[in-house]
Design a protein around this ligand. Structure first.
Ligand SMILES: [Zn+2]
Ligand SMILES: [Zn+2]
Length: 136
């Protein structure tokens, strides 16, 4: 992937762009992603922080540290204080060098970020087992 992909929060105050392939694209089914996204899982792309350009033109970016994570490592969650949309997270164990961005915020080219794996999938199984879903 060499084409630049851009995304933003709901109100557009915070924008970001990526022009390299992510380290990995995944669906995370942890409790934080479930509560934060309102869906069973959240599609995330892992990047070297230096490969993501984030602009916060109206200085609305806020930070919340999630301490009770399923991985056991706290993570910083960055969100827009104006519209409430989460932009990205940074697991503290990587000292800010790794940024995990929500690819669902991309304006286009979303199909380039097909998840190759799921993490914390047990939570999903317990929810969908016994239902009549034809595919998960
Ligand atoms: Zn916003
Ligand atoms: Zn998660």
């Amino acid at each position: 992937m060499t084409k630049t992909s851009t995304g933003s929060c709901l109100c557009g105050s915070i924008q970001f762009s990526v022009s390299t392939k992510p380290i990995v694209t995944m669906v995370c089914y942890c409790e934080d992603c479930r509560k934060g996204s309102g869906h069973l899982g959240q599609i995330l792309a892992k990047y070297d922080t230096k490969d993501i350009e984030i602009t916060d033109k109206d200085s609305t970016m806020k930070e919340y540290i999630v301490t009770k994570t399923q991985s056991g490592f706290p993570k910083k969650k960055f969100f827009c204080g104006n519209c409430g949309c989460t932009i990205h997270t940074q697991p503290t164990k990587f000292n800010g060098e790794i940024t995990i961005i929500r690819t669902t915020l991309l304006d286009e080219n979303f199909g380039q970020f097909v998840p190759s794996k799921g993490i914390f999938v047990d939570a999903k199984k317990s929810f969908v087992e016994g239902t009549e879903c034809e595919y998960y």
